[in-house]
Write a protein that binds this ligand. Sequence first.
Ligand SMILES: *[C@@H]1O[C@H](CO)[C@@H](O)[C@H](O)[C@H]1NC(C)=O
Ligand SMILES: *[C@@H]1O[C@H](CO)[C@@H](O)[C@H](O)[C@H]1NC(C)=O
Ligand SMILES: *[C@@H]1O[C@H](CO)[C@@H](O)[C@H](O)[C@H]1NC(C)=O
Length: 412
Amino acid sequence: MSKSLSVQFVASEWNIKIDKVIDMMNNKVFVRSTSFYLAIVLFFVLIYSIHILSWKTMTESDTKPITTQKEEAPRTPHTEAQTVTTKKATVTPKVPQNSVDCFRQNAPTLPDISSVNPKRGKSVFFHETSCISYNNGKISITARQACAVESAARLNPNLDVYLLYTSPGEIKMEGDESDLYLQALMKYDNVKIMHLDFAKYTKGTPVEELYTSKKLDNSLNSIEHASDILRYVSLWKYGGIYLDLDTITLKTLEKLKPNFASPESTSFVAAGILGFEPDGVGHQWADMCLNDLRVGFTGKDWANSSVGVITRLLRSICTTPVIPNMTEETCKGFKLYPTKDFYPVFWDKYMWMFQEEHFLDTLKLAENATATHNWNKLTRGIKINIKNVYIPYLYYAKKFCPNVLSECKEIF
Ligand SMILES: *[C@@H]1O[C@H](CO)[C@@H](O)[C@H](O)[C@H]1NC(C)=O
Ligand SMILES: *[C@@H]1O[C@H](CO)[C@@H](O)[C@H](O)[C@H]1NC(C)=O
Ligand SMILES: *[C@@H]1O[C@H](CO)[C@@H](O)[C@H](O)[C@H]1NC(C)=O
């Protein structure tokens, strides 16, 4: 058979088939049976889609919160809305990274500071005011924050060291690095990791209204401002010492004067490390700080509510307005320690703490210091690989927070 013939044959056969189908379509039996089969097919499609739908909703409510929690890095308004709508008992809805919204969320917390009586004048306070723990669904801490707490606890066995979280969240040991740091801290009898209910804590203090009126929530740096306010509240309530969470304690704090601070320049007194006695004139001074905040807090000016407060206090209690002239004699016993005692590596050299080439310079600067404040605002993004031996920050960590550092796997 030639090629053209075979093509012709197939074509004609095809024509016959089409003719048959047309014939059948005219036949009522065919029409009746088609609708019968169509009904059966539709029935199965229906059953199948119901099955798919119920499976989808089931997996959505079970697995989605876990994936949003783990995968979502930058929080956009879109993902926030999503997590809120899929909220279940086990799910933590995210709050914006720069807000204090978590303070008002009703979620499980650590035991509250109001359930204990801190030793008056014998306590050290650290405040963690971000919502990171809440967003993580449990209490979390960075290596450097944990180092601050361990170094204070180690060198001051007679002081209780409070690490207070304003965000809800409980300690859950699941083996991540943060859990190991918390575990290292909890080995110290004098470390107390607790919740701080902002409303309860500030109730009856001069700054109560800053929170109830939402002035704090609406401020430009609400997380920092929460910390600026709380340091004075803690010292007003219990006296003692406040330390920023980026400080390493290098010497005992137990011998410091009961009322102290340290200048950060010739025009400002710094607020990262402060001491007030619980009673008497120290308490009056803490009260003056809270009233300064009550009157002047706008939420717009970071410096005015932090270093501004302690600077104005000293200007008002000392007989001189000039910081270099402020002495215990001119300031009714309030002690301004030299800047090099607490801020030995000053912020214009903040990188030195992270640089091998400044290892010896840095150690020299801090050789007589009581503590070193490390300018977290500028340095929090800098990662230190723990294999680098001659990084000053690591040198101090090895010496002053060895248990935390030993849990550190790669980056400090
Ligand atoms: C800073 O605070 C003080 C007192 O709290 C207030 O009198 C002053 O107006 C404030 N300054 C600014 C620029 O907000
Ligand atoms: C500050 O102290 C210096 C040196 O003792 C003195 O000369 C100066 O007058 C003082 N300034 C004020 C405003 O008290
Ligand atoms: C530390 O103290 C010693 C002894 O008093 C002194 O010689 C040295 O200059 C001090 N170092 C610094 C950086 O202040």
